[in-house]
Design a protein around this ligand. Structure first.
Ligand SMILES: [Zn+2]
Ligand SMILES: [Zn+2]
Length: 235
């Protein structure tokens, strides 16, 4: 039986995915919290975690652990992620699991019992580009990432969520927030999961995850940039 891990207290409300608002954006060249005439250039200066989202991804994990069909693959190791956003006055709720398998790990039945906006969650399962070319920002604009990002093709849940949001090609008038939480699922017989645990915190089965992997930390800043190309700082 996997050991259960006590939840960390919700003191870390400012966990970030993909750096800080004070970082310089690699896509447009502006500091992410720069304002122009009192208005932020970036609609999403940073992506934070939230206690509500940790509750949702924790519930999904609990449902997965009780899913007998997953016992067929007790060595399963994958990332789970959830995202909430309010854009143009509308709210969006997405979930995703890492990997390139045709069938995502998380199925609609694994959403049972979610108390935070039940019934509103939809799966994001976009194809993650195989290299640094041909990505999509959350605003639905094409972008290339810089060369040399190790693991640039990695099909993490975080980038699936952001690509999924971009694929919706939303009307981009105003952004109130984009928040995300991630967690690693480690099956009871998983071997070689040490790399996941290194990325995602304590060496405990199904541990809470706080931070994105290095590849995500490098990719997320490009994907959350919603500055129109004609504003870009010339290099
Ligand atoms: Zn930018
Ligand atoms: Zn990652």
């Amino acid at each position: 039986m996997p050991k259960s891990t006590p939840r960390k207290p919700d003191t870390e409300v400012n966990l970030r995915h993909g750096g800080r608002a004070t970082d310089t954006c690699p896509r447009c060249g502006y500091v992410r919290n720069k304002k122009n005439q009192g208005k932020l250039l970036h609609g999403i200066p940073e992506v934070t975690d939230s206690a509500n989202l940790r509750g949702v991804v924790g519930r999904i994990k609990d449902n997965l652990m009780q899913d007998r069909s997953l016992v067929g693959d007790p060595a399963a190791v994958f990332m789970m992620g959830v995202l909430e956003a309010r854009i143009g006055g509308h709210e969006y709720y997405l979930y995703a699991s890492s990997g390139r398998t045709a069938e995502p790990w998380i199925k609609p039945r694994h959403l049972d019992g979610i108390t935070y906006h039940p019934g509103r969650w939809t799966q994001a399962n976009p194809t993650v580009p195989a290299n640094n070319r041909g990505w999509l920002t959350v605003r639905g604009e094409k972008t290339d990432l810089r060369e040399g990002i190790a693991g640039v093709h990695r099909p993490c849940s975080a980038v699936k969520l952001l690509l999924g949001l971009g694929g919706m090609h939303l009307d981009w008038k105003s952004v109130d927030y984009v928040r995300m939480s991630e967690m690693v699922y480690v099956g009871p017989e998983a071997e070689d999961a040490a790399h996941m645990r290194v990325w995602h915190g304590r060496a405990a089965t199904n541990s809470w995850t706080a931070h994105s992997c290095d590849a995500c930390e490098a990719r997320i800043p490009y994907l959350i940039c919603d500055v129109p190309p004609h504003w870009f700082e010339s290099p």
